[in-house]
Design a protein around this ligand. Structure first.
Ligand code: GBE
Length: 513
């Protein structure tokens, strides 16, 4: 048996153990007798990236233009440093060095995304770019040679610009194009890829239809375009899940889910109104996408439905700004995820009240969000180190949507890149992972894996290359883009290889919040 076949068999075996439990079954970890700092056997450890943030090769070998290429070429000053993803970390040519980095921290899996326009330059299947297929085949094979399982994000924000001409995600037909694209990926890579994420963070990238200058494509239709785009995203996700479930799962035997980003909302005071507001804010970010997929009844959360309908009416509109699903669409979307992919970074205070432009999602939610200033800030203005939040959010997910294993697909923090001795990142990872392992062993939450953001420094969207999230530094002033391990890489390695948060790094008690 080849090394690759052995790896695949091990992967499939681990997956059936982790994901095979029927919905509603007791979490396997509770009462397992594990020490509190010990992860369950078979826990998956990995690191993440995304195509536009690392690949470069923006027009190499037949790749089509994406909405991010178009936005940052047209408005170069949108990013903090005026730089874009044309070359990025040059992973299109240097992917083997990324695989080396992953192997050196003992990662079991690598979560990377596939660039839709690198595979389908027109967005549709009339042109299939063989060089793009070859690139991802080489990456996948290089990972498997090292015993690292590929976890593919099908869509991490880089829509083919040709499809934006049709309205992008606000056009419901994009769901059909998306499913055709996913089919090409299942056909070409599904023999070796056993874990798929349909879509990364719809709450985040649909801001590209609500605002200008924060996200591509920067269609400024606040409170309308974002809901409309999200509606298409849910149908696209469900379409890909059903296609996989019916036509590929029987032979390929993998798992497919969605990744949602949810910050923790801490009630600003002890009042009942603020407690309700904090829950509402979770519903407007996470629930908007989670409820249709993971709840037993499906469809949008009622609090979101009622508030957007009421506000739309009060604004004198003839139709609600939040589209409606037909009964058969509700059924089509419900239950279409094999696990709950969760990206989590930070927490906020949330109070009852009104802020945000009219119309906007923020205004609809009736919440006021403020930073938890008593916690340390990282190099990103929005990102404070609040480890207790990750334990709270995985508990919230498992209580609100019981029966779905949670895969943490992103967690990490930024610095200014000035040092390889990244002590704050070490505190961040060890603090957050301490809370994750307690959520598993103390609270009985079914978390099956964890992925650090990110394996290498990358293009942090509008922050350009100024916010460094990697456990490996990339020297962006050197045309060779050399990768160098930071101190945090060796700490992750200790955690990943011992399947525990070693006691020297473990936080036994949560802080007060
Ligand atoms: C994820 O987004 C993304 O999946 C990943 O691509 C990204 O690199 C990573 O996290 C780190 O951000 O004016 O300072 O408030 C806020 C997580 C920018 C969500 C912050 C970008 C939250 C998306 C700008 N947001 N982030 S501001």
């Amino acid at each position: 048996m080849s090394r690759r076949q052995e790896v695949l068999l091990a992967v499939v075996a681990a997956l059936s153990v982790l994901l095979g439990a029927p919905a509603g079954a007791a979490p396997t970890t509770a009462g397992s007798g594990n020490a509190v700092n010990q992860f369950p056997e078979g826990f998956l450890f990995g690191a993440s990236s995304a195509a536009y943030q690392i690949e470069g090769g923006w027009n190499a070998d037949g790749k089509g233009e994406s909405i991010w290429d178009r936005l940052l070429h047209t408005f170069p000053n949108l990013t903090t440093d005026g730089r874009n993803g044309d070359v990025a970390a040059d992973s299109y040519h240097k992917y083997k060095e990324d695989v080396e980095a992953l192997a050196s921290i003992g990662a079991n899996f690598y979560r990377f995304s596939i660039s839709w326009p690198r595979i389908l330059p027109t967005g549709d299947t009339n042109v299939i770019n063989q060089a793009g297929i070859d690139y991802y085949n080489n990456l996948i094979n290089a990972l498997l040679e090292k015993g690292i399982q590929p976890l593919v994000t099908i869509y991490h924000w880089d829509l083919p610009f040709e499809l934006q001409k049709l309205g992008g995600w606000t056009n419901p037909r994009i769901a059909e194009y998306y499913v055709q694209y996913a089919k090409v990926l299942f056909e070409n890579f599904g023999d070796r890829v056993k874990l798929w994420i349909t879509i990364n963070e719809p709450d985040m990238f649909t801001k590209g239809y609500a605002t200008w200058g924060q996200q591509a494509p920067s269609v400024n239709a606040s409170g309308i375009g974002d809901y409309q785009a999200g509606h298409t995203v849910l149908l696209a996700h469900a379409g890909a899940w059903h296609l996989y479930d019916e036509h590929f799962r029987p032979t390929q035997k993998g798992k497919i889910g969605i990744t949602l980003n949810i910050d923790w909302s801490e009630p600003a005071t002890d009042s009942a109104d603020d407690a309700e507001a904090a829950e509402r804010s979770l519903q407007f970010t996470g629930g908007l996408f989670a409820h249709p997929i993971f709840s037993s009844e499906g469809d949008y959360p009622s609090v979101v439905r009622l508030r957007v309908d009421a506000n739309s009416k009060a604004e004198g509109r003839g139709v609600s700004r939040l589209p409606s699903f037909t009964t058969s669409e509700v059924e089509y979307i419900r239950g279409t995820s094999d696990f709950f992919g969760l990206n989590h970074y930070t927490s906020w205070y949330v109070a009852d009240g009104v802020e945000g432009t009219v119309p906007s999602k923020t205004y609809d939610s009736g919440t006021i969000t403020t930073p938890m200033t008593e916690y340390p800030l990282t190099y990103s203005a929005w990102l404070r180190v609040i480890p207790s939040g990750i334990r709270k959010i995985v508990n919230w997910v498992s209580k609100t949507y019981p029966g779905h294993p949670i895969l943490i697909t992103e967690n990490g923090c930024s610095d200014d890149g000035s040092t390889l001795d990244d002590q704050q990142r070490i505190e961040y990872y060890t603090g957050y992972l301490s809370e994750v392992v307690k959520a598993i062993n103390v609270d009985g939450v079914d978390v099956i894996g964890y992925s650090a953001w990110s394996i290498i420094d990358n293009l942090e969207w509008m922050a350009g290359y100024t916010n460094h999230f990697g456990v490996f530094r990339v020297d962006y002033d050197d045309p060779d883009r050399p990768r160098t391990a930071k101190a945090s890489a060796s700490v992750l390695k200790k955690i990943y290889e011992s399947n525990s948060v070693p006691l020297e790094y473990f936080t036994p008690d949560s802080s007060s919040t």
